[in-house]
Ligand binder design. Structure first.
Ligand code: G6Q
Length: 525
């Protein structure tokens, strides 16, 4: 890369894309113009343009579940017409958007209150995976826009600690629960929901309180009414919204409650800008296509197996975890669309932490480890907290890291530094190898003006579409999740044995040993 930058002063201009408030600099990648042209040929050969059109047009591209994939409809303007199964989905989308607006405004302005007449102060979202990670990530990211009157909490884990530690600090009279579950059959969510309900009823002393303190977001209206949730308090969504693509639907209700529906809709509008761009821009000017094809380059041509996401923004602290689900659940697949096992690598492991914290821990491996780890650096140009020199320092660190990863430090440069520090002879020679940085480590940099709802919407949609681009090239279905379903199926099987109610099924020696050990030790403990 050093040589390519030296040879071409226009490299930054050639290898950047700008859309609205978002700049993607992909010039610090191990690519030439020829590499890019070849990668785009691969995208064309994979019929990427057709697949993009098929997704936006509501075709059932999620073949193993026989479903359309229309999260893009959730951020389309009210007057759009988008069809799934021959039916325009927009009237339903708009109906639920309006319901979210009415409800969030009434809670926020105190018109809607708890059983004892007090306004709500805390909202607890009970949901897991796609019904939690998106709202959690966005609520944190857009904290500067959040109401100071209403705090959002997220309970996911079936580990009672999650619920108990959350409820410990809350007043039942002013707490609103949102049970978020597409299927409304997920063990963790229903267990937490029942325990939350018991907590509420016990503290308020009235079963009727449930109607005022519980709402649900689900596609399964039969199960929500079985739970006892008033149908007026159920926010619907549809099977063409995948769990990990659902934050734009009523699954985003905790976001709307926290930042208000206007801000929520600004986020939808940002995502829509990215949707239009993805749909219309030629491949060579298309941001999600570029990010996706660079990922293909490192995965399938350079042998990389992990991808770091490094937001230089504390508000984006949950963004890597969110992307982990988005990308790894979507493209962590080994069988292609024809049901054949693939003989090439698919999704990389996604991981990351906010900068600058990561610089003081795992960046060592990025700079001097033996692995190739492409990394995405993200940063806002303006901070919501303009305090002294902080933001300039943050940006300086971000840019300095991508520069150092690209340039490295040659033996000659390291030697000159050591000489300048007064070292010579054997002392210098023995230290020298440790001071050399190979460089040529690839990064993308994504800059946005500030982390506002619009920019965040663009950013999330960018990664959604990047994920789709890669699935097309890998010829896999990004929208099913049989591995997650498998976990759900396993969840209930062992329970009776651990409770000592059943000693049925024979297990492998390890699993049986763990069960036996637990039965004995749990009783003693
Ligand atoms: C998302 C996944 C998964 C799902 C959770 C919760 O794409 O399918 O993370 O969101 O398992 O499922 P429910 O919303 O049905 O409770």
């Amino acid at each position: 890369m050093r040589e390519m930058f030296d040879a071409d002063p226009a490299r930054f201009d050639k290898f950047t894309l700008q859309l609205d408030c978002l700049l993607l600099d992909y010039s610090k990648n191990i690519i030439s113009e020829e590499t890019l042209a070849l990668l785009l040929n691969l995208a064309r050969q994979s019929k990427l343009e057709d697949w993009i059109a098929r997704m936006f047009n509501g075709e059932k591209i999620n073949a193993s579940e026989q479903r359309a994939t229309l999260h893009t409809a959730l951020r389309a303007p009210d007057n759009a017409s988008i069809y799934a199964d021959g039916k325009n989905v927009m009237p339903d989308v708009v109906r639920v958007r309006n319901q979210m607006r009415r409800f969030s405004e009434a809670v926020r302005n105190g018109a809607l209150r708890g059983h004892t007449g007090k306004p709500f102060r805390d909202v607890v979202n009970i949901g897991i995976g796609g019904s939690a990670l998106g709202p959690l990530m966005v609520s944190e990211a857009l904290k500067p826009y959040a109401s100071t009157q209403l705090s959002a909490h997220f309970v996911s884990n079936v580990d009672a600690t999650d619920l108990a530690e959350t409820l410990k600090r809350l007043d039942p009279e002013t707490t609103l629960f949102i049970i978020s579950s597409k299927t409304f059959t997920t063990q963790e969510t229903l267990t937490n929901a029942h325990s939350a309900r018991a907590w509420l009823v016990q503290h308020i002393g009235a079963e009727e309180a449930v109607a005022k303190h519980f709402v649900a977001v689900s596609t399964n209206l039969a199960e929500t009414s079985k739970f006892g949730i008033n149908p007026d308090n159920v926010f619907e969504f549809w099977d063409w919204v995948g769990g990990r693509y659902s934050l734009w639907s009523a699954i985003g209700l905790p976001i709307a409650l926290s930042i208000g529906m206007d801000n929520f809709e600004n986020m939808l509008a940002g995502a829509h800008v990215m949707d239009q761009h993805f749909r219309e821009a030629p491949l060579e000017k298309n941001m999600p296509v570029m990010l996706g094809m660079l990922g293909i380059w490192y995965t399938n041509f350079c042998g990389a197996d992990s991808n770091a996401v490094l937001p230089y923004d504390q508000y984006l602290q949950h963004f890597p975890a969110y992307l982990q689900q988005l990308e790894m659940e979507s493209n962590g697949k080994r069988v292609d669309r024809q049901g054949q096992a693939v003989d090439y690598a698919t999704q990389m492991v996604v991981w990351g932490e906010p900068g600058t914290n990561g610089q003081h821990s795992f960046y060592q491996l990025l700079h001097q480890g033996t692995r190739l780890i492409p990394a995405d650096f993200l940063a806002p140009l303006v901070s919501h907290n303009p305090l002294g020199e902080h933001h300039a320092m943050l940006l300086a660190n971000c840019f300095a890291q991508t520069e150092a990863l690209m340039l490295g430090k040659t033996a000659e440069e390291a030697r000159a530094e050591l000489v300048a520090q007064g070292l010579s002879g054997a002392a210098l020679e023995s230290l020298l190898p440790y001071k050399v940085f190979p460089g040529n480590r690839p990064t993308n940099t994504l800059l946005f003006d500030r982390l506002d709802p619009h920019a965040l919407g663009m950013l999330v949609a960018l990664y959604e579409h990047k994920t789709f681009v890669q699935s097309v090239v890998w010829n896999i279905n990004a929208f099913d999740q049989w591995g997650v379903e498998f976990g759900k199926q396993l969840a209930g099987q062992l329970l009776p044995e651990l409770q000592g109610r059943l000693s049925g099924k024979s297990h492998d020696a390890s699993t049986q040993g763990l069960i036996n050990h637990s039965l004995v030790r749990r009783q003693r403990a």
